[in-house]
Every structure is written in structure tokens, then in C-alpha cells.
Unconditional design. Structure first.
Length: 382
């Protein structure tokens, strides 16, 4: 007579299949020879595995409850009755069974990535682009089924529609059954005897199509715009993946972007710097083919006495904030140009100005040179 399998698993005789399964999981984790090096661990693991094999099978459990020995019926040499499935061991250790049954031919398509070069003005103020995309689309001949018209998938004769082939391997623990994808149907459980000639049974073909992309105002270099459902159609006519468009902003001859701000440099004459002036700069939005949102120029007021390198800020003329209200600023760096070619009259006027300002021999104002970055870090640690 076999051992008391209920006692081995530590469950009552009225235990449900789920309670038996949980008990076996717990003991298998404790007693498996790969995790337990006790001398009797392997033997105890065999015992609880045999107990689980019997109690998890309604017919064998009924024989055992009536006092019979279910392992003696149909026993092969040197094993635990009919053996046990490798999926049960995986189930015990990882808490879930490996996938069973055929897999669907209809699958989601892959995402696609497209890089798009845009002008700075288009990135700042937004634009619309027509895209040409080469992706997989549903085969119009078979409508995604992959089968020639008038035919369809047939049950695989190798795996009989299961999608997997069972393999039995003998070991010290008994007969271990493992399942592998069927080599004939590749796990689908069906084959297509007469595949579509247009798509060769894949249910999709390559094609070029047009898309309209709306670029929101304020995108930056490297921003990715997601177009849901515009990627690759999946095998078997499955749902499409997403299309991601990565924005690459080209350099501009006048303006540069710094976060939400636009920056540029202007050079003015020495007299204009001393007396003050007003400049009309070309607006970045003027680069757009359809500019209906503002003037083509921006007026920048330079105060008298501006110094070379000083920055003049024009509020609200920068980049619209992509996630938020308002816009950044336009920062204009002023460079003062010293005249180099003077005629006699101009030289005389400058001499008279120097006399009036008592600057014939002006004293130089000395100041500390800018320390290097590493020098400032070194001072900070001191």
C-alpha cells in the first residue's frame, strides 16, 4: 500500500484541487534538490511529487481513496506511475503554468520610427507636413487571412491542432514531459495549404502611403510625436502598431534656441551704442510660408550707453511653451563695433569729444580675470 499522500502534502482528505496544488507548490520549493542540499531532500521531493501526481488526478485520487494503489496501474519501469509534467514543476516554482494551446495567427504589428527634418520656425510655431511612409498594410487580396480566395487554414496533422508536440524524457525523478512548438505549424495549430500568392500567407504586404502630421508649436530637437495605429499592420491582419516621428530641428542662420528662449547677436556702431537706437529684426515667424500670426519684424529698443556684450530682452517673443501657457523671451546680445577707418574730420571730432570728456589719457579700470571652471570648483572646495 502506498504512503498516505494527504499526510505527505499536509492537507485534509477533503482538500480541494486548488489547496492540493498550493501545498505541492510550497513543498516543491522547499525540497527540490537544486535548492535543498539535505541528504533526504531528493527522496522527499519524489514522495511529494508522487503524492501530487495522484491527488491532482481525479481518477487516481478516487482509486487511492478506496484503498487501491493507482501507481501500480500502467506503471513503466523505474518511474512515478505515469510520470509528471515539467509544466507542474515550473508551476510550483514560478506560480504559473507555461502557455498551453495554439497561438493566434493574428498579432499586433510593430511600432515604427521616422525621423523628420524641420526648420526652426516650424518647430517654434508649429506646422503641417505630408509624410510618405513605407510600412506593412493589410493584403487586399486575402483581407489578412493569408489564404487564397476560397480556401482557409486547416488543422495541423502533426500536432492535431494543439500547436505543441509533447516530448518525454526519463530522469531520476521519473518521466518528465515537456512541450515544444510544433515544427510543422510553428505553434499555430493550423496550416495554410493554399497560401495567398500576393502576401505569401503573411496577410500583409509592403506599401507606401501618405500621412498628414501636425507639428505642435514648441517642439524641440529630439521630440517624438506618437501617431497611434499608424505603424506596421500585424501578421494575419492584426492591429497596427504606432508610428513615432522624431523631430530634428535644423540650424538657423540668425536665431538659436535655448529652452523656451530665442537668442541672436546684433552688431551696432559705437555712436549708436552711446546715443541709443531702435532696431528692426526679421521675425522668425516670417520664415513660415503662411505667416498670418504676426508682423515680419520685431522692434528692439537699445538704450543709450549699452555696453558690448549686454543682452537686451524682448518679452514674449521666444518659443511658445509646449506644455503650458505663454512663451519665452527673445534675447538679443549687443556687440559694439569700434570704427577703424577715420578721415581727418572724424578723427578731429573724436579728439574734441575726448577733450570734452577729459579722456585724452583715460585711466584703465582693472578687474580680475574670469577664473576657469576648474578653478572655481577648486576654490569652492577650499
Amino acid at each position: 500500500m502506498a504512503s498516505d499522500y494527504y499526510t505527505l502534502l499536509g492537507v485534509d482528505r477533503s482538500a480541494s484541487p486548488e489547496e492540493i496544488k498550493k501545498a505541492y507548490r510550497r513543498l516543491a520549493r522547499q525540497l527540490h534538490p537544486d535548492v535543498n542540499d539535505a541528504p533526504d531532500a531528493a527522496d522527499r521531493f519524489k514522495e511529494v511529487t508522487q503524492a501530487y501526481e495522484v491527488l491532482s488526478d481525479p481518477k487516481k485520487r478516487q482509486i487511492f481513496d478506496r484503498g487501491g494503489d493507482p501507481t501500480s496501474q500502467g506503471r513503466g519501469g523505474g518511474g512515478f506511475g505515469q510520470g509528471f509534467s515539467f509544466d507542474d514543476i515550473m508551476d510550483a516554482f514560478f506560480g504559473q503554468s507555461s502557455p498551453r494551446g495554439p497561438r493566434s495567427r493574428v498579432q499586433r504589428g510593430q511600432d515604427a520610427l521616422l525621423r523628420l527634418d524641420v526648420e526652426l520656425a516650424e518647430a517654434v510655431y508649429g506646422a503641417t507636413h505630408e509624410l510618405k511612409v513605407d510600412t506593412a498594410v493589410v493584403c487586399e487580396v486575402c483581407d489578412g487571412s493569408g489564404a487564397q480566395e476560397g480556401s482557409g487554414p486547416a488543422t495541423c496533422g502533426t500536432c492535431r491542432g494543439q500547436g505543441a508536440i509533447q516530448h518525454v524524457q526519463r530522469s531520476l525523478l521519473g518521466d518528465i514531459r515537456t512541450a515544444r512548438a510544433c515544427p510543422t505549424c510553428h505553434g499555430y495549430g493550423t496550416v495554410i495549404p493554399d497560401p495567398c500568392r500576393a502576401c505569401d500567407g503573411d496577410g500583409r504586404v509592403r506599401s507606401r502611403r501618405s500621412l498628414t502630421l501636425t507639428i505642435p508649436a514648441g517642439v524641440d530637437h529630439g521630440t517624438r510625436i506618437q501617431l497611434a495605429g499608424e505603424g506596421e499592420i500585424g501578421p494575419g491582419g492584426g492591429p497596427a502598431g504606432d508610428l513615432y516621428v522624431e523631430i530634428r530641428v535644423q540650424r538657423h542662420p540668425v536665431y538659436a534656441r535655448s529652452g523656451d528662449h530665442l537668442e541672436c547677436e546684433v552688431t551696432i556702431a559705437m555712436t549708436a551704442a552711446a546715443l541709443g537706437t531702435s532696431l528692426d529684426l526679421p521675425a522668425l515667424r516670417a520664415d513660415l510660408e503662411e505667416n498670418e500670426s504676426g508682423p515680419d519684424t520685431i522692434t528692439v529698443d537699445v538704450e543709450a550707453g549699452v555696453q558690448s556684450g549686454q543682452v537686451v530682452v524682448v518679452r514674449g517673443e521666444g518659443v511658445p511653451r509646449l506644455r503650458g501657457a505663454g512663451a519665452g523671451d527673445l534675447r538679443v546680445r549687443v556687440l559694439v563695433e569700434t570704427p577703424t577707418h577715420l578721415d581727418d574730420e572724424q578723427r578731429e571730432l573724436l579728439h574734441r569729444l575726448a577733450v570734452l570728456r577729459d579722456e585724452q589719457r583715460p585711466e584703465a579700470r582693472l578687474g580680475a580675470t574670469h577664473r576657469s571652471v576648474f578653478g572655481r570648483i577648486k576654490d569652492a572646495f577650499r
